[in-house]
Design a protein around this ligand. Sequence first.
Ligand SMILES: Nc1ncnc2c1ncn2[C@@H]1O[C@H](COP(=O)(O)OP(=O)(O)O)[C@@H](O)[C@H]1O
Ligand SMILES: O=C(CO)[C@@H](O)[C@H](O)COP(=O)(O)O
Length: 482
Amino acid sequence: MLLGIDLGTSSVKVLLLDTDGTVVGEASSAYDVNAPYPGWAETNPEAWWLAVAIAVQKAVKNRQVEVQAIALSGQMHGVVLTDAEGTPLRPAILWADTRSSEMLPQYDVLDSSMRSQLANPIAAGMAGASLLWLRKYEPEVYARARWVVQPKDWLRLRLTGKVAAEPSDASGTLLYDVVSDCWALDVIAALKLRSDWLPELLPSSSSIAGNLIPEAASHLELIVNTPVIAGAADTAAAALGNGLIQPGTVQLTVGSAAQIITPRSQPIVDSYGRTHLYRAALPHQWYTLAAIQNAGLALEWVKGVLGYTWEQVYAEAFAVPLGCEGLTFLPYLTGDRTPHLDPLARGAWVGLGLHHTRAHLMRAALEGVAFSLKQGLDAIAATGVTATQLRLAGGGTLEPMWQQLLADVLQVSLYSTTVAAASARGAAILAGMGIGVFQDAIATQSSGQNTTPNNPDSSLEAAWQRYQSLYPSLHQWHHLGD
Ligand SMILES: Nc1ncnc2c1ncn2[C@@H]1O[C@H](COP(=O)(O)OP(=O)(O)O)[C@@H](O)[C@H]1O
Ligand SMILES: O=C(CO)[C@@H](O)[C@H](O)COP(=O)(O)O
């Protein structure tokens, strides 16, 4: 049995996979994303640690002795600063944290060869930008740190006592040479960032990164010395876990953020600068990623402030007519990446009238997230890959009514597999590859819930036109400052 642990933004998902490919256990446990100041998004790694124990114990139950290997996947871009023992010195700064927007001009000093190594738009919330912020505003913590690691790499450090990074997550730090597959040491030097705290890079799947230490084994109720394989970034792991391996296919994952990705056998950079290029979980493979910064994160926030349960959302918001009777929602609660690359963008409801109800506010949020995904899909199409179908993954793609709205807005068929926790399944596959029981990705099956788009609707089309016009209209307002 192989254990995949996916350290997501809102919860950890754990999946126990038999070596014949059958899922024999699944569980999750949630934690908070804290925003103590405008633009911040942090989680205390101790909350991750407690949640991982709950989910692993639930998923594994009494099968501890059968767990042959563990691998991790996790939310990308964030940073955890630790001391020499791996104890965090402050809360983790997450991908959704835009405090580093004021640091981005420091990347302008890089010459074009360094910029092309990074192969990515310069976005707030990436580890490199967050480290520049820490150097300026928390110099004492910055100086004291022994290691800087990404979220799932911190978890592996806690499990094994060994510090390591791997290419798929490292490629999302803005400190990595995505083409040559190594830390971009000259970029790090040009930014005058420390390089002594970057961990050694291990392959995602082809070696054992460490073994479960006694304290971790007792915390998770697993067996001491169980091998732990490095694993991969959540998006890279989801591609593997959902059977998406051939160039030309496109996957849509909806979690706290959403990602639309297409695999690449060459490191092809988006000439428009709207999408990302990251290393895949397997060597010599990359993927293009449209990053929708606010998906489940925005829906959860709206649902929370309106006091809805998901059942009420489906009963009430989906009774509102398509196009929301003139109301538009911009989901940019944590800024926007694809396509506007604007950390200062913020959310809005625009077009409110007396006829609007709580249900309209919720419905507008669902439509706004769907329109944001449509802009992401258009950005992928502009890189030369037109999706004829989208493979679905992530906890935010399960409800049939939401799937239908997505299909209608995107005007593409959606293909659901039987795997919702694709990143955790991908991690379990990497565990199997690490100990030699799998050679490659393993196939997934259709869930039988494939969704085809209805004919284009004029109200939805008018709402899409309104949505597209709003960001440019509000751009100046977003940048006026607090
Ligand atoms: N019934 C639902 N309809 C739409 N979205 C949902 C529903 N249930 C959960 N979600 C969304 O799914 C997200 C969680 O998905 P998940 O893949 O676990 O995310 P993450 O890996 O970021 O923690 C939540 O942010 C939530 O908004
Ligand atoms: O920002 C990106 C990709 O660029 C995401 O991969 C984050 O890693 C968040 O993932 P989820 O927690 O929403 O799955």
